[in-house]
Design a binder for this molecule. Structure first.
Ligand code: ATP
Ligand code: MG
Ligand code: MG
Ligand code: MG
Length: 352
């Protein structure tokens, strides 16, 4: 009989819409060709307000590709697993907080059903830029200079704040990047060039998160590598993102035609191999599993390769970097989702 795959998408996140498109592409890949003999897709849609919707509404959202809102709350989240039909395996394709960060992975772990991608630790480490950078540093991976800041330092004591800004100016200088620690799609990120911009950006980032990171800005090419596997993961060819905007912000990421993906990236074989090796190290450093996309800055003038971040549930639409990198490495989109499911089954402990 077919394996029943619970496809979890949407989510309480700024990346809700992307998730719907990613899920649509995955559902299609699971229901066509050879995969259709092996898998049955049971979609579960998490509304922006956190309410879970099963079959009927979830299918409608998948087909239309756009968010459904204000549907009444019929079933509470914690009752859902019991009330839902038997799911053999979960495929969470949620981007950002409340989905890519270990929260959903915790629920699925408690349910004792295998699921695609990283577990609680890997997901949480990959989402929190501060924890991630600590793990990368420990693994000897080169990164930009950075400093961590808390919301309390920004909001609580008016005497602390100017000193903090002074210190950031001296150690990191301008331009620097202010980021909420736990987000994605460049939401809440600002590139700042002056004291006033720094103050505004810190205050704004504090509305998103208790933890904030400030990084020295680098002038570099942006390259990405896909990783697939569990204990013996593989790295894909390397891709590059090209765009004309100031940085790879939300608008550039999601406006058609604002950014181009170059696959494979025009890089020397030596640089490619270094990036692949660093990607595998990063994958292990945060305890990722199944899949991840690792993002880098390549400073061409000095030859430096700096790791920027890891994304444990990267964009998965038909035109997204992650599946495109694998397609160029020889694994088609349907083969990729099939492998991810097999990896999830392989990772499930046989006894406990
Ligand atoms: P994703 O959507 O990939 O999860 P994110 O929200 O986690 O992104 P980052 O990748 O940290 O955010 O940063 C977004 C973009 O901001 C980068 O792709 C890059 O264009 C720019 N950027 C971030 N940090 C720096 C830096 N230190 N120097 C130069 N540019 C930077
Ligand atoms: Mg990210
Ligand atoms: Mg992300
Ligand atoms: Mg990024």
């Amino acid at each position: 009989s077919k394996l029943r795959v619970g496809l979890l998408f949407g989510g309480r996140s700024g990346e809700h819409e992307v998730s719907i498109v990613s899920a649509g592409a995955i559902a299609k890949a699971l229901t066509t060709g050879e995969n259709s003999q092996k898998y049955e897709v049971c979609p579960f849609y998490i509304q922006k307000n956190g309410v879970w919707q099963g079959e009927e509404i979830a299918r409608k959202v998948l087909e239309s590709g756009s968010a459904e809102e204000n549907t009444p709350n019929t079933v509470n989240l914690w009752q859902f697993p019991q009330k839902s039909p038997q799911i053999d395996l979960w495929f969470p394709i949620l981007h950002g907080p409340n989905g890519e960060d270990g929260t959903i992975q915790g629920l699925l772990t408690l349910m004792q059903v295998p699921f695609v991608g990283s577990g609680v630790l890997g997901s949480a480490m990959g989402m929190d830029k501060i924890a991630m950078k600590t793990a990368f540093a420990q693994a000897g991976l080169p990164q930009v200079q950075y400093q961590t800041v808390t919301r309390a330092q920004i909001w609580s004591n008016p005497c602390v704040f100017p000193k903090l800004c002074d210190q950031i100016e001296t150690t990191l200088g301008y331009p620097c990047f202010v980021k909420p620690a736990n987000l994605g799609s460049s939401v809440g990120i600002a590139k700042v060039r002056s004291r006033q911009e720094l103050e505004t950006a810190l205050d704004n980032a504090a509305t998103y998160d208790r933890r904030i990171i400030v990084e020295a800005g680098v002038v570099a090419r942006e390259v990405e590598c896909a990783v697939l596997g569990n204990d013996h993961p593989q790295a894909s060819v390397v891709g590059e993102i090209s765009f004309n905007s100031d940085f790879y912000d939300y608008e550039t990421k999601y406006t058609q035609g604002k950014a181009d993906l170059l696959i494979p990236a025009p890089l020397s074989q030596t640089v490619v191999e270094q990036i692949q090796e660093m990607s595998l190290k990063a994958f292990a450093a945060v305890d990722a599993a199944g899949l991840a996309r690792v993002d880098f800055f390549y400073v061409e003038s000095t030859g430096e390769i700096l790791i920027n971040e890891i994304n444990t549930l990267p964009g998965f639409t038909s035109t997204s970097m992650y599946p495109q990198l694998w397609a160029n490495t020889g694994i088609s989109f349907p083969q990729l989702v099939d492998q991810l499911i097999q990896l999830a089954i392989e990772r499930q402990p046989t006894s406990d």
